[in-house]
Design a binder for this molecule. Structure first.
Ligand code: GLT
Ligand code: MN
Ligand code: MN
Length: 386
């Protein structure tokens, strides 16, 4: 019942199941696996797709001949397993060239190199079938505002996005961009720190229709925000092109834990939002196994992400079918229709009628809502006693 199927669109990045457990204080604990091995691992656990950064697949210093061999082997692994590539992205953060950012670097040579690297990576992603291209600007930020004008940084980001949109149009590629926000880490502060910032930024671009967002659970949680509300705003605006699912304790470093492993209740409301509103894109797990895991445990990690999603999806169906919960919701949302003549789209007549209507303000303030009862039912549902 909780077996992953292609229609669930579960995906993982090569960098997720391939994560070697390096952290700022410790060396890798797991051996590197090749992209081909990782595709087979994903097929074994039941994933639908694999995503990658250019350099997850092709090392930054590979020769053209090496590139061709790697890409051919990878294509063969995809063909052998039926795994597809729905999304690709660029690594604009690992190489020392990007120490002061990529598109927002103060060095115009770095900014131009970042564009060149991204065009090459877009070509690679499209060659392997990607329809979504993610931009995560991990190094696009500062430790001190002394060195970079934040308005200049916004303008440079816009110029880069406009350039790359035109590149995609010029090539005739069927590709959309998804911008991923993060408040900090690895920079002290990262520009366009939240999904809300990204949504506002997108509307200032030359081709806003080509650009949406890729929100990540951990990133809004690092900022102490309600992730579900941010995803809702993106969905309502038609901008949820992709999503990075994982988990994260509030106020901590970037943890990228297994989906649902920390904030089960938030994960439930997120799955409810996605499923109730017909989100049709990838469910991408941008997470990695604990540093204590070996490769068997990495598979348990990957299976756990998908299984928890499917269990929560079942809980959503239970919530929607639960008579007591639905009766409470009906009570909470009961509407006599008495205000309809005054509200909805504005007219001068409605405004005049509303002005002359006498409200019983004290009575309005006396109405309680049974949210405690409702929330307890949700908790019991999640705890498995309903
Ligand atoms: C990196 C980061 C993620 C981004 C990836 C895409 S790479 O692991 O932590 O949140 O989604 O560049
Ligand atoms: Mn991410
Ligand atoms: Mn993250």
């Amino acid at each position: 019942m909780y077996e992953p199927k292609p229609e669930h669109k579960f995906t993982f990045g090569l960098w997720t199941v391939g994560n070697q457990g390096r952290d700022p204080f410790g060396e890798p604990v797991r051996p590197a696996k090749s992209p081909v091995e990782l595709v087979h691992l994903l097929a074994e656990v039941g994933a639908w797709g694999v995503n990658f950064h250019d350099n997850d697949l092709v090392p930054i210093d590979a020769t053209p001949a090496q590139r061709d061999k790697i890409v051919a082997d990878f294509k063969q692994a995809l063909a052998d397993t039926g795994i597809i590539v729905p999304m690709a992205t660029t690594n604009l953060f690992t190489d020392p060239a990007f120490r002061d950012g990529a598109f927002t670097s103060n060095d115009s040579n770095v900014r131009a190199y970042a564009l060149q690297k991204t065009m090459n990576a877009i070509d690679l992603g499209v060659e392997l079938g990607a329809k979504i291209y993610v931009f995560w600007g991990g190094r696009e930020g500062t430790e001190t505002d002394a060195g970079k004008d934040p308005i200049t940084a916004i303008k440079r980001s816009r110029e880069a996005m406009n350039y790359l949109c035109e590149y995609v149009l010029d090539q005739g590629y069927d590709l959309k961009f998804a911008l991923e926000a993060k408040p900090n880490e690895p920079r002290g502060d990262i520009y366009n720190a939240t999904t809300g910032n990204m949504l506002a930024f997108i509307e200032t671009l030359d081709h806003p229709d080509m650009v949406g967002v890729n929100p990540e659970v951990a990133h809004e949680h690092m900022a102490g925000l309600n992730f579900t509300h941010h995803v809702a705003q993106a969905m309502e605006a038609g901008k949820l092109f992709h999503i990075d699912l994982n988990d994260q304790a509030f106020g901590r470093y970037d943890q990228d834990f297994r989906f649902g492993s920390v904030n089960l209740k938030s994960a439930f409301f997120l799955v409810k939002l996605l499923e109730d509103n017909g989100y049709d894109g990838s469910r991408h797990f941008d997470a990695h196994a604990y540093r204590t895991s070996d490769f068997e445990d990495v598979k348990a990690f990957a299976r756990g992400c998908m299984r928890t999603y499917l269990i929560l999806k079942e809980k959503v169906a239970k919530f929607n079918a639960d008579a007591e919960i639905q009766a409470l919701l009906a009570e909470i949302n009961a509407d006599s229709g008495a205000m309809t003549p005054f509200t909805g789209p504005y007219s001068a007549e409605k405004a005049a009628a509303l002005r002359s209507h006498a409200f019983d303000r004290a009575a309005l303030g006396q109405r309680g809502q049974p949210y405690e009862r409702l929330d307890q039912l949700v908790v019991e549902l999640l705890l498995g006693v309903r």
